[in-house]
Design a binder for this molecule. Structure first.
Ligand code: G3P
Ligand code: MG
Length: 246
């Protein structure tokens, strides 16, 4: 019922867009997130061989497109020929791998904000080039489009924080490491995105004492998080935002 604790709309992020409903990290998935009432999407970014920042999770195109091969070997011209939807459902055959700039335009039209997860793949040999590609894409956003940056790679976040000190930086961990405070301070970051199965009330109490926000990924069952909202959980990243928003 409506008396159960739950997140506010601003606390729900659609993981790779509404990836339970439409193919992950495509414009269709971001539209589906907006249709579900989400205010935020999480998306993954990586560079093509010729330095174009595209929205895709893996370092290869095999799982989520009609193509094969590593992003490090494929140019943007190669990537736009690929079908990024049929693997999910043939009715999404028109979906392409979008660039972050294209996604930023669509998010503006949909009134969505974005958690941009920077992937650190083997072919990303220059951290500066990666970070600068993210910065130039997000610079094209509308004023009302909010952006946060997340990564499993603390060096990515450090490089980004040095150039964009006003953006929220979220450190991605499966579970909380012993030295979490020192690692966050070194970035600096005030947000943790951790796996929901590793969360505890104790972690929320301890992080809150230090002014650190915690969100969890990737949870598709609202019951799993019921006890955490009143304890200060800041948000959830989910494939199916509708089930957290009703
Ligand atoms: O941002 C949370 C989540 O997306 C991290 O894992 O592998 O789905 O990018 P992954
Ligand atoms: Mg991600």
């Amino acid at each position: 019922t409506s008396d159960l604790p739950g997140p506010s709309p601003d606390q729900v992020q659609a993981h790779r867009g509404a990836s339970a409903i439409a193919p992950e990290n495509t414009l269709a998935a971001f539209r589906a997130a907006a249709e579900a009432g989400a205010k935020w999407v999480e998306l993954d970014v990586a560079l093509s061989a010729d330095g174009v920042l595209v929205v895709i999770h893996d370092d290869r195109v095999d799982r989520t497109t009609s193509g094969t091969g590593s992003l490090g070997d494929l140019t943007h011209a190669d990537l736009v020929t690929l079908d990024a939807g049929t693997w999910f459902d043939p009715r999404f055959a028109a979906e392409r791998l979008p660039t972050l700039e294209q996604v930023i335009v669509t998010l503006g039209e949909l009134g969505l904000s974005a958690n941009v997860e920077i992937k650190q793949h083997a072919h990303h040999t220059s951290l500066d080039r990666l970070v600068d590609a993210v910065r130039s894409a997000i610079a094209t956003r509308r004023p009302e489009t909010r952006i946060m940056i997340s990564s499993f790679d603390p060096d990515c976040l450090k490089a980004m924080a040095a150039k964009e000190p006003d953006l929220e930086m979220a450190m991605l961990w499966v579970q909380l490491p012993q030295d979490w405070q020192a690692q966050l301070a070194a970035i600096p970051a005030k947000t943790i995105h951790m796996h929901y199965k590793a969360l505890s009330i104790g972690i929320l109490e301890e992080t809150r004492k230090h002014g650190i926000a915690v969100r969890v990924w990737t949870c598709n069952d609202p019951v799993q998080l019921l006890s955490f909202w009143d304890a200060g959980l800041a948000g959830v990243i989910t494939d199916n935002p509708a089930i957290f928003l009703k």
